[in-house]
Design a binder for this molecule. Structure first.
Ligand SMILES: Nc1ccn([C@@H]2O[C@H](COP(=O)(O)O)[C@@H](O)[C@H]2O)c(=O)n1
Length: 589
């Protein structure tokens, strides 16, 4: 772990179930490869994860079992380690490549910006040659304009110890927001292609479908149906991503899916037993009693010690330690701990109701945007300024707000745009139309709900936890074996996942935390007349939501097009937010 990371947390634990074939999954790491430096529960870094994987593989070799590593994309955007450098990801690609990942694919974040997609093709694909799969993704070469597969479409391999024959695929959901140097082919179309139809007819022991795809979305349903149409009985293991949650799905008695959360908080663990290996047909009795089991491992060193049976002296491998050093050197070189201001209290993205004094969204709407959404030559013009809440990615904790925190909270390079002098009676309807996300968007490709943070895709209503101990009351110490909850009153707050297999998935017992839904967009009314309504306003909005704003305006009776949209600020919202923090928060925490 990084020297500045808080000590791990004592908590009751559940053991990992082992099978013949075991998987460890990361997804949506978003550059958090240094781990969480303000949360002890998730404080292990990518170097520790490398040590963990190496130790678990040693253990597997001893048991004659196999361990495969999976990563399902969105490795970038969302942390200073990636976003603060020029070019972005100056150190990240070399850090990520140190992990020995068996099957890896692309997320939507690797494709938003042209240069990020170029780097994916030029660095990550060759770094994981043979293991990087792009079943429905093409890349357009900048020099020749040639459209080529981003990486190989699928992979056939046999596991080391059990000799399990696997065909693996790597998908991306039907994403449409990619820059124009990549082509995402809809999954429904891809599964009709000859190569896919041939691959699902292969004689194998297991299909592994990884993807930056939600487990319960239409894409995996279609792939499951396609495989089952040819192989009614072959086990299928799916790995998902994108919605940032811990999740597990059952498709049938031999087909399951796992999704390992977000931001290096979770390492997903999946074990399969009763599978036929070494090309054997398998004992029908054994096959009938196949078992699939899952765990969500909190990413911290004490959990890693617990699961490996090792300790501070014996756990870390030289390789893991070197990668932790590499991360530390990168963070220092980029001055990621530079203080921008001291947050006076915790501001929660989803863990406080909206609106409320503890809501990060309320803070943005009422304190920050009214000051930063300004264009000097139109500063007195009444305006409505809109931003999507998904532009904010993480909570702000009381205390130091650093260069690193900036990108953790707001990694995007979006700027403010505006449409001049929109009739107020129409402009004021835009917020409501986008937030209700109703019929207006039903006939377009524009999902209004995708403007909120991804966690909300899966969780629709508030979960209010009984009062829990303060998060800052973490105690350092060693983790103890699982005990009944009545004998462990001091659980620390964290994930208490309920999924398709029940409520015993988390490796660490936590006290529950609350979750509150937030709107898709929020609006600040600025420089409005002291009395009455203005006739016209400037409609200012963050560039990411332009298509939604134009459609909502149309519904509100105003036809505007691209030609009517102008630049409002040259700086990004993130840059202006940092200026606000420097000016408004103390420098002495
Ligand atoms: N320029 C951008 C890009 C994305 N967003 C928000 O992020 C969501 C996607 O996040 P995932 O981690 O799930 O891929 C997207 O739906 C937007 O809400 C943004 O605000 N600005």
């Amino acid at each position: 772990e990084q020297p500045e990371a808080p000590s791990p947390v004592a908590a009751p634990m559940r053991d990992l179930p082992w099978g013949q074939l075991n998987f460890m999954q990361t997804t949506d790491t978003h550059g958090w490869h240094a781990g969480h430096l303000q949360e002890a529960q998730y404080s292990a870094d990518w170097g520790d994860y490398i040590s963990f994987a190496e130790r678990m593989r040693e253990k597997a070799d001893g048991l004659g079992a196999d361990v495969l590593l999976i990563d399902t994309g969105d490795r970038i955007e969302g942390n200073g380690l990636y976003d603060s450098t020029t070019p972005k990801g100056k150190y990240l690609y070399d850090i990520v490549k140190e992990q020995d990942i068996d099957v890896i694919c692309t997320g939507n974040h690797e494709l938003y910006q042209t240069d990020a997609a170029d780097r994916e093709y030029d660095a990550t694909v060759p770094n994981f040659k043979g293991n990087y799969l792009a079943s429905n993704l093409d890349y357009i070469k900048p020099k020749t304009g040639e459209q080529v597969p981003m990486a190989q479409r699928y992979r056939k391999f046999t596991t080391k110890n059990q000799g399990i024959r696997i065909v693996a695929f790597g998908f991306l959901f039907d994403f449409t927001g990619n820059a124009n140097n990549t082509v995402v082919q809809p999954v429904e179309k891809t599964i009709k292609e000859k190569w896919f139809q041939d691959a699902i007819r292969e004689d194998v022991d297991l299909f592994v479908v990884i993807g930056h795809v939600t487990l319960n979305g239409p894409e995996y349903k279609a792939i499951f149906k396609a495989i089952r149409s040819q192989k009614w009985d072959t086990p299928i293991q799916f790995f998902g991503g994108h919605s940032h949650i811990r999740n597990y799905a059952k498709y049938d008695s031999k087909a399951y899916g796992l999704q390992a959360g977000r931001y290096m908080e979770t390492i997903g663990w999946m074990s399969i037993d009763g599978i036929s290996g070494k090309g054997k047909k398998g004992d029908p009795k054994e096959l009938a009693s196949m078992s699939f089991k899952r765990r969500y491992i909190d990413n911290n060193l004490f959990g890693y010690y617990y699961h490996t049976g090792l300790n501070e002296t014996t756990f870390s491998t030289e390789h893991g330690k070197n990668v932790s050093k590499q991360i530390h050197a990168a963070r220092k070189a980029e001055n990621l701990d530079e203080l921008y201001g001291c947050a006076p209290k915790d501001l929660w993205l989803n863990r406080a109701p909206y609106p409320s004094n503890d809501s990060l969204v309320t803070w943005l709407e009422t304190e920050v945007i009214p000051v930063i959404a300004v264009k000097e030559d139109r500063k007195d013009v009444p305006r409505l300024a809109l931003t999507n809440t998904g532009a904010m990615r993480f909570d702000i904790f009381k205390g130091a707000f650093t260069r690193d925190t900036t990108y953790i909270v707001s990694p995007f390079v979006s700027k403010f745009l505006y449409i001049k002098e929109v009739p107020y009676k129409s402009a004021k309807q835009v917020l409501k139309i986008i937030n209700s996300g109703g019929d207006v968007f039903a006939f377009s490709d524009l999902e209004a709900s995708s403007l909120a943070p991804p966690e909300q895709i899966a969780i629709k209503s508030a979960t209010i936890a009984p009062s829990t101990p303060n998060q800052n009351s973490y105690q350092a110490g060693s983790q103890s074996p699982l005990m009944s909850s009545s004998s462990t009153p001091d659980l620390i707050p964290g994930y208490t996942t309920k999924d398709a297999a029940g409520d015993d998935g988390d490796d660490t017992l936590h006290a529950p935390i609350s979750f509150y839904p937030i709107p898709n967009v929020v609006q600040s009314a600025i420089a409005m007349p002291a009395e009455g309504d203005p006739e016209k306003v400037d409609l200012v909005f963050i560039d990411f939501i332009k298509p939604w704003v134009l459609l909502a305006l149309r519904f509100a009776g105003q036809i505007y097009g691209e030609q009517d949209v102008e630049t409002y600020t040259e700086e990004t919202m993130t840059e202006r937010m940092v200026d606000w923090i420097r000016e408004n928060w103390k420098q002495d925490c």
